[in-house]
Design a protein around this ligand. Sequence first.
Ligand SMILES: [Zn+2]
Length: 169
Amino acid sequence: MPTPSEGETEKDFVSRCMAKRKQANGRLRKWRAEHKEHCSEWWRKYRETGKPREAMRKYQASEKGKAVRAKYRFTPKYRETARKNWRDRERKLRQEVLERFGAKCAICGYDGDIRALEIDHINNNGNIERKKMRHSEILKRALEHSEEYQLLCANCNRIKEYGELIVYA
Ligand SMILES: [Zn+2]
């Protein structure tokens, strides 16, 4: 612990400490920049232990974490950013799905408007999935198990969904 030297005011002492800390932080930052690979490897391994996630969960469940979250959660800026991040993630995910499956219907080949293309579970348990999974989760699963999914246009998807059942307009 540094101690104030003789004749040093408290204010001077504090600013001296701050400068020292800043210097140390700078050195650390520089070292990390020079050993990027080592650091990312370290982080990867550390993440695998589940400790950071655990710590995050613990903090979020603590009184302090809850208070901090409650304070920021409903500020307009937070909501705006959260909404934007969510939209970006969805758009990126959708784009990935379109690239993976080719942006056209697997049955009739429709490729007009991507808004009319839907992800379909080939083995017909889409309904069960929709009930317990969020849309983004289904898209993520489709990317991981692409052999189980296909892209269908809205028409082909409805026709497949109703199967033998005849529905008159
Ligand atoms: Zn189609």
